[in-house]
Design a protein around this ligand. Structure first.
Ligand code: FAD
Length: 460
């Protein structure tokens, strides 16, 4: 519906297509990050090809009942299933705050639509499909096309080899590469003493779809993230017992979870034994027959060859200037969407993409390679001095707002809306206050109203 095509929010400093330098850019992936990257690059006047392994847009939001052959995701030869969605998943952010800034994630009427404020995963996929259709992004995407190699060619261009099911590998040259391949695919499994001798079954949350396999089981869920909270409740509906092992749990929360008959919170697992017993740091123990690891993911770029200029070291992708550009290869290589945990993914992808697009057309200047490298070093030193482990490099945490403002400033865009910030704070508080019902009960209707008023600017 063309009448609903939003007006671009950030056009003030945008040059006409002809005045910028036009590059030939490959975007790898057509999830939320790749879609908005493609839109921003094209808006800036670049020629864009999006290479997508799957048959449709949406990335991790394309739910599938299919799981991987190795439920722990360790076998490097397994066929990758991109989606980490489980059937019951509802967003953990309210839709107003979650959507792209200039393409509001508003309630829509129609078959299959989910008008809840924290909708199910299908509604997010439909939103991304709408985004793709309204901006004509689908025309830029080559589906069922997997990038199997991307490396520097001699003339400074990127050589990209892609593979489609019924054709020979295709070799192409691009001026620039924007990597949007997602980072919820490669499970992260911290070592637990004794786990190798454990006789029960185990899966990673990447391969959790429904509670069915857990009927009448005693299940231990490792982790404290949103997935651990959601999956524990889902499983508790059918399992005999569910025990969550959360290394950051507060002491006064240990024990039976209020409002549940068969759900317990424990501290970190101390040891696992051959008879199925698990001992927790708080001294409690259970005998279980299933483990679900909700322990997060590792970054991976199996197709990318940078001659060592970008490496993944203890889950730090680096060196990267502001989590986006490797100083030595900037601006010809960039990454969208690396920061995780306590971020606003879609608005952040949008801002990062605007920055990349503007830098590639020479509208926005980057510091010199030396200055970018110094900035990265200073950032790493700050993390070290603050005792933040390397693996949390891309965990923005308290730096989120400054980071988003900094990028918006580079692009000449308005900074993140105040209502969005306040909504983030209100939602975080509400989750603590109402861990079981924050998706259906809240107290920030005034902010919803403010968001709705703001959204009017983006609709013709
Ligand atoms: P993806 O969606 O993973 O897309 C990457 C794309 O790249 C895929 O389409 C994939 O097929 C393609 N690809 C990968 N490798 C190749 C290759 N070699 N060649 C070609 N194509 C390739 N965010 C929120 O804002 N709100 C939420 O409530 C929320 N809940 C979440 C719940 C779960 C369980 C998970 C896992 C994540 C959640 N997120 C949430 C974060 C979510 O990941 C981001 O919102 C976002 O969708 C990620 O988009 P992406 O494009 O970076 O990655």
């Amino acid at each position: 519906n063309k009448a609903n095509i939003p007006v671009a929010v950030c056009t003030a400093k945008r040059p006409s297509v002809a005045s910028g330098v036009r590059r030939h850019v490959a975007v790898i992936g057509a999830g939320a990050a790749g879609l908005v990257a493609a839109r921003e690059l094209r808006r800036e006047g670049h020629s864009v090809v999006v290479l997508e392994r799957e048959k449709e847009v949406g990335g991790t939001w394309v739910y599938t009942p299919e799981v991987e052959s190795d439920p722990l995701g360790l076998d490097p030869k397994r066929r990758i299933v991109q989606s980490s969605m489980y059937e019951s998943l509802r967003t953990n952010l309210p839709r107003e705050m979650m959507g792209f800034r200039d393409y509001p994630f508003r309630r829509k009427e129609g078959k299959g639509r989910d008008s809840r404020r924290f909708p199910g995963h299908r509604e997010v996929l439909m939103y991304l499909q709408d985004f793709s259709a309204d901006f004509g992004i689908g025309d830029l995407v080559r589906f069922q096309t997997e990038v199997v190699f991307a490396g520097l060619a001699e003339d400074g261009k990127w050589r990209v080899t892609s593979q489609s099911p019924l054709s020979r590998p295709l070799h192409e040259l691009y001026d620039a590469l924007v990597v949007c391949n997602g980072h919820y695919v490669q499970p992260r499994l911290p070592h637990i003493p004794g786990i190798d001798a454990w006789p029960g079954r185990q899966i990673h949350s990447h391969n959790y779809r429904t509670s069915k396999p857990f009927q009448d089981q005693v299940v231990v869920i490792i982790g404290g993230s949103s997935s651990a909270v959601d999956i524990s409740r889902d499983v508790a509906r059918v399992a005999k017992e569910v025990h969550i092992a959360d290394r950051s749990v507060e002491e006064d929360k240990l024990g039976k979870v209020i409002g549940h008959e068969n759900l317990w919170l424990h501290s970190k697992i101390n040891s696992i034994h051959g008879d199925g017993t698990m001992v927790f740091d708080d001294g409690s123990a259970v005998r279980a027959n299933f483990i679900i690891h909700c322990t997060g993911y590792n970054y991976g770029f199996p197709f990318l060859e940078t001659n060592g200029e970008v490496i993944v070291d203890d889950n730090r992708v680096g060196p990267l200037y502001k989590h986006v550009f490797p100083p030595k290869l900037a601006p010809w290589l960039s990454f969208v969407g690396l920061p995780w945990k306590r971020v606003l993914p879609f608005p952040m992808f949008e801002l990062q993409s605007k920055w990349i697009a503007g830098v590639l057309s020479n509208r926005i200047a980057l510091p010199s390679k030396e200055d970018m490298a110094k900035d990265v070093e200073a950032f790493y030193s700050l993390l070290e001095a603050s005792n933040i482990p390397k693996r949390y490099t891309h965990n923005l945490g308290p730096f989120l707002w400054d980071y988003l403002k900094w990028i918006a400033d580079q692009c000449g865009c308005p900074s993140i809306e105040e209502w969005r910030k306040q909504m983030y704070i209100a939602t975080t508080k509400n989750k603590v206050l109402r861990p079981e019902s924050f998706r259906d009960e809240w107290e920030d209707d005034d902010l919803v109203l403010e968001a709705e008023q703001d959204f009017v600017h983006y609709l013709i």
